[in-house]
Design a protein around this ligand. Structure first.
Ligand SMILES: [Zn+2]
Length: 234
């Protein structure tokens, strides 16, 4: 036949496990976020590279249009050259054509720079796509483990609560309600040992009478400092 202290020590062990599991369950969403956040840096770099590519492609199109416009003008000027009657007019048109050709060359130089920037951004995009893919695999694995753990934690908690509800049936109700109150208040231990006349919870030196009372088998002495229930293992 176990004493109330022995029964409550078993309950305390379950309560401490329950507390740990509840803490873990509360931390699950933050842990999940932390796992998923590992991809953020890669995703951001990838988006930036894609944004650069989009912008550069647009710039390229605009420059292409500028070149086309000038080529059309040259075409018209050449047409006019066939129709002019004298050499001076012809040369004037030729100078215009040459100026426009110079403009085209300048635009094409800018296009070259745009293409180089696009290529650099493409390289970054490819690298980040690869990095993201391999990181995603790692994260997926971590998430699988995480989900498994989350499911186990829930189940363990249910099992412990069921076991506890059976265990408490066998404890003196007055003992149980005092134990529950103290455990709820402190959140770590309700029952603590007395060692060298010191409370095992708050580590304060107990008055001799209190230490003596705690030594009585299945007594219910509270520490005068922290209120935890004192017990003594002979
Ligand atoms: Zn104490």
């Amino acid at each position: 036949m176990s004493t109330n202290v022995e029964k409550l020590l078993v309950i305390q062990d379950r309560d401490r496990k329950i507390s740990r599991l509840v803490r873990e369950i509360n931390e699950l969403p933050a842990r999940r976020k932390l796992i998923e956040a590992q991809l953020d840096a890669h995703k951001e770099a990838l988006e930036q590279a894609e944004e650069v590519i989009r912008k550069k492609n647009l710039e390229q199109k605009e420059l292409d249009a500028e070149v086309d416009k000038r080529k059309e003008r040259i075409q018209k000027l050449r047409q006019q050259q066939f129709e002019v009657k004298n050499n001076d007019d012809y040369r004037a048109l030729q100078r215009q054509i040459e100026e426009i050709n110079k403009e085209i060359e300048e635009i094409e130089e800018r296009e070259l720079a745009v293409m180089e920037a696009t290529e650099a951004a493409s390289a970054v995009r490819n690298e980040k796509t690869r990095a993201l893919k391999s990181e995603q695999a790692v994260v997926n694995e971590e998430l699988d483990t995480f989900k498994q753990r989350a499911a186990n934690v829930e189940k363990e908690l249910i099992d412990l609560k069921t076991e506890r509800s059976e265990l408490v049936k066998d404890v003196d109700p007055e003992w149980l309600s005092r134990y529950d109150r103290v455990y709820k208040h402190h959140g770590d231990y309700a029952l603590v040992t007395v060692e060298h006349n010191t409370c095992g919870g708050c580590h304060m030196k107990l008055p001799p009478q209190m230490a003596h009372d705690a030594r009585k088998l299945d007594s219910m002495t509270s520490c005068m400092y922290c209120g935890r229930l004192l017990y003594f293992i002979p």
